[in-house]
Design a protein around this ligand. Sequence first.
Ligand SMILES: NC(=O)c1ccc[n+]([C@@H]2O[C@H](COP(=O)([O-])OP(=O)(O)OC[C@H]3O[C@@H](n4cnc5c(N)ncnc54)[C@H](OP(=O)(O)O)[C@@H]3O)[C@@H](O)[C@H]2O)c1
Length: 285
Amino acid sequence: MEIEGSRVLVTGASSGIGREAARAFAAAGAEVVAVARRAERLAALEAESAGAVSVITADLSEPGAAARVAERAGPVDVLVNGAGSETGGTVWAVGDRDEARRMFEVDWWSPLAMIAALVPGMRERRAGAVVNVTSIRQVLAWPSLGHSAAAKAALAQLTSTLRLELLDTGVSVIEVIPGPVDTPALGASMLLPGFVEVLDGMLGTGTAAELAELIVRAVRDEHERVFYPAVTVEHAYHRPMELRAAITDAVRERGRLPDELADTLVVGPDSPIIADAKAAWEHAR
Ligand SMILES: NC(=O)c1ccc[n+]([C@@H]2O[C@H](COP(=O)([O-])OP(=O)(O)OC[C@H]3O[C@@H](n4cnc5c(N)ncnc54)[C@H](OP(=O)(O)O)[C@@H]3O)[C@@H](O)[C@H]2O)c1
């Protein structure tokens, strides 16, 4: 589809992949609506964009917020569901706690609310694109990441279904499947002993700017999926068993949560532990 002159809504536009995607769509001539919580970062993006970017500040962990954003944004040609949050802790410690529910609100319910609000208009105009950013985590397990992997797996499944439902309607559906990408989220992943080293070692690490270019190209050329870093993540997606075996070995050696934390440690999306890890990543850059 034609990017120039299109209206693109990007969630998670204050940082990392979403921010670079907002920049790349603006550079390709789109009118971008950038969504996230941190107003000052969105304002900086708007200021550098020479009028191409407008902003909506919203906390997508609040039920109803995504639908309100979609309504304010008006007709949208390209929806990029890029916002993502984190929850850490064993499956039984996190359970169905509020922290997990807030994470699912951002990673799962908000993309669904956006799709519900915006796809009917795309179908009516017989043009548009939905871009869902999932993760290679959809085919992998790692201790403490169960909820996060499950949210991404659910969104991946939904994306494939949506693509079939929108077949031949003029609306394309693109799944972006990142492995490690050098953003603040990687700083948070470093809290998990062994995780980044193992995945980095097997998949490599990419940059948000390069991935953003691939996202714009995928929308323009109507690709179904973007694997990134391309060859390694695509291989893991199609044949995850090798990576799973390596993960089991790595977890045995160094990835176990200390016994005394297994029942109690819950790190929610708003935890200072995550904020500090992300800030440390940013400081190091
Ligand atoms: N980096 C990786 O290695 C990697 C790998 C696989 C998948 N991914 C996925 O890629 C996507 C982008 O992640 P990233 O690496 O670019 O991370 P990031 O730099 O930490 O960016 C996350 C973005 O999500 C927004 N967000 C988080 N919680 C929000 C909330 N409650 N309301 C509104 N916006 C919220 C953040 O904005 P505010 O904090 O300003 O609200 C920020 O703009 C995520 O879906 C992530 O799961 C990343």
